[in-house]
Design a binder for this molecule. Structure first.
Ligand SMILES: C[S@@+](CC[C@H](N)C(=O)[O-])C[C@H]1O[C@@H](n2cnc3c(N)ncnc32)[C@H](O)[C@@H]1O
Length: 172
């Protein structure tokens, strides 16, 4: 399974996904090969990508939305902050990418997270980006947006799926 965190900023989403994958493997040992899931984070900003690659977060950032137990399990405390452990980092990579440019070099994904970035683009660019995201998903793949975002005015290539308290989009 390949997961893309588009506009990953400093990597919290990508690493959180890797932590969830680790918890899945712990509950179902041997169910999938250890390298069955790959996560790619991309962003336009080299500065945030540098932090993402370091996997180091200051205390408040490392505690936001994370239980103390998970923080201890998934991070090492260092002189400069809390660093994501190697077994979480090993399935995550980062590269620079402008969402206004092509995605073909990335290959295909099963799930794409594109949260809280479409807001920066005009309606035409949103349509263009969503069309290219659709072409970057494997059949039946999912697109996850930010909690208050909707693509209904910009794409007809996805069907809305209600999931727990929110919605996700499935490639139609
Ligand atoms: C508000 S943050 C959202 C980060 C993360 N997705 C989240 O929901 O927390 C927006 C991110 O989009 C990135 N960004 C802005 N324009 C972009 C573009 N054209 N291509 C790729 N990333 C872009 C910014 O560098 C920033 O990291």
């Amino acid at each position: 399974m390949r997961i893309w965190s588009a506009a990953s900023s400093s990597g919290q989403e990508a690493y959180s996904l890797s932590m969830i994958v680790s918890e899945y493997f712990q509950k179902r040992p041997g169910s999938l090969p250890a390298n069955a899931v790959q996560i790619l984070g991309t962003d336009i900003s080299p500065t945030v990508l540098e932090q993402a690659r370091s996997g180091i977060y200051e205390g408040v950032a490392a505690s936001r939305g994370l239980s103390e137990e998970r923080k201890r399990r998934f991070f090492n405390q260092t002189e400069t902050g809390w660093q994501v452990k190697d077994d979480i980092r090993k399935r995550v990579s980062f590269r620079e990418l402008n969402l206004m440019q092509g995605y073909a070099a990335l290959g295909k994904f099963d799930i794409i997270y594109c949260r809280n970035v479409l807001i920066y683009f005009s309606a035409d660019l949103k349509r263009d980006i969503l069309a290219r995201i659709a072409r970057t998903l494997n059949p039946g793949g999912f697109l996850v947006l930010g909690g208050s975002e909707s693509i209904s005015s910009y794409s007809e290539e996805f069907e809305l799926v209600r999931w727990r308290n929110g919605v996700i989009y499935k490639l139609a």
